[in-house]
Write a protein of this length. Structure first.
Length: 369
């Protein structure tokens, strides 16, 4: 008869601390030792633990080492769960942290059923996620470079007062600017401009890479269908799908909203119910994209030519969901704004309901194998 072993792995770049909890409430929890973080060492560990009819089940915290160990163990035929560090129960009075204690804690909680595995992406999904996150980093680099350039000009009393920044007129003004007394100051200014141009070029390159990668992605039909929603362009749709993954794994839209951190926190006791700010748990990038898309619902419902062009080939039920989202969310935006709600709260409410429409579209869209 096979006897289950619950194995906790505390994974680091060079080594893995291993602890084992035997099946049963009173089963022994012991520290197995440390192994090298390599595929061969993990293979030898599984052979050692599987002796005498044991069936090991592994778990470890999500971290910078990624999902390589998870995929390796799954290919070897073993159960392996990756858990979020923020969802691991911890004792508030525990002030001692070591690799051994962490591994033993994981093994004990895994045996007790107190750990909730996260959804783990496959290699194709992770590659798309890497591409999306690289674009996000490039966009942040553009913002930083522009801020540094404007700050440099402001320190020297140079202000652009003929309109908005980063328009064609503003860029011409920057190109013709020659007001620095020292040549090395002019050099610094030119380097700032080069940094902005290079960062913008990197964003454009990554945008093209995303457009090229989507057609061969098995979630491409979902990305295409989500564009039926107002404010959800290709980049936003690809980002949401890459970060969330299989949206249909959520049984209802409320689970998706909670996963995105778009629901209010709550601290209730007895007859007192207190709801506070958004929990902001889950994926910050996907949440940001939905809030960005929510801005478009401040305008009245309208099916303009660009929208009709990108949604013409979609099934009628998907287009109906897109129109329903427009009419509902535009009205919701106006109603909340009319009551004097701060704009960040209004946008959060719109993003929360938009997540519900995204869930509905993903549920009705078959994906390729």
């Amino acid at each position: 008869m096979n006897k289950a072993l619950y194995v906790g792995l505390d994974v680091h770049k060079d080594m893995i601390a291993v602890a084992v909890a035997e099946d049963g409430r009173g089963g022994e929890i012991r520290f197995h030792g440390t192994i090298v973080n390599s595929a061969d060492a993990v293979l030898r560990l599984t052979k050692t633990l599987a002796k005498n009819g044991h069936t090991p089940s592994f778990c470890y915290e999500a971290g910078p080492c990624g999902y390589g160990i998870h995929r390796h163990l799954i290919r070897l035929g073993f159960e392996c769960a990756v858990v979020s560090p923020s969802l691991i129960p911890r004792k508030s009075g525990d002030r001692i942290k070591t690799d051994r204690r962490d591994a033993e804690m994981l093994a004990r909680l895994w045996r007790a059923g107190e750990l909730t595995p996260i959804w783990t992406p496959d290699e194709e999904q992770e590659a798309m996620r890497d591409l999306i996150r690289a674009r996000k980093q490039a966009v942040d680099a553009v913002k930083t470079a522009k801020m540094q350039l404007l700050s440099f000009l402001l320190r020297h009393g140079l202000r652009y007062e003929s309109g908005k920044y980063w328009t064609q007129r503003h860029r011409r003004w920057l190109a013709e600017l020659r007001r620095f007394r020292f040549s090395h100051q002019q050099l610094v200014f030119e380097e700032h401009k080069r940094t902005v141009a290079q960062a913008e070029e990197r964003v454009a390159t990554l945008n093209c890479a995303i457009e090229d990668a989507i057609p061969s992605w098995h979630f491409a039909p979902v990305v295409d269908a989500l564009r039926a929603l107002r404010g959800v362009n290709t980049t936003i749709a690809a980002t949401v799908v890459a970060e969330i993954g299989d949206i249909t794994r959520f049984e209802n839209p409320r689970q998706l909203m909670a996963w995105l951190g778009l629901v209010p926190s709550e601290h209730s006791s007895g007859n007192t119910t207190r709801r506070g700010r958004l929990t902001k748990t889950g994926n910050a990038l996907a949440r940001t994209m939905l809030i960005e898309a929510g801005w478009s619902y401040r305008h009245p419902p309208k099916e303009g030519h660009p929208y009709l062009k990108r949604s013409a080939h979609l099934p009628q039920q998907i287009k109906d969901i897109g129109w329903k989202a427009q009419t509902r969310l535009c009205k919701r935006y106006r109603d909340l704004s009319r009551t004097g709600k701060p704009q960040p709260r209004v946008l959060a409410a719109i993003a929360r309901e938009l997540a519900g429409f995204i869930w509905d579209i993903a549920r009705k869209t078959p994906i390729s194998a």
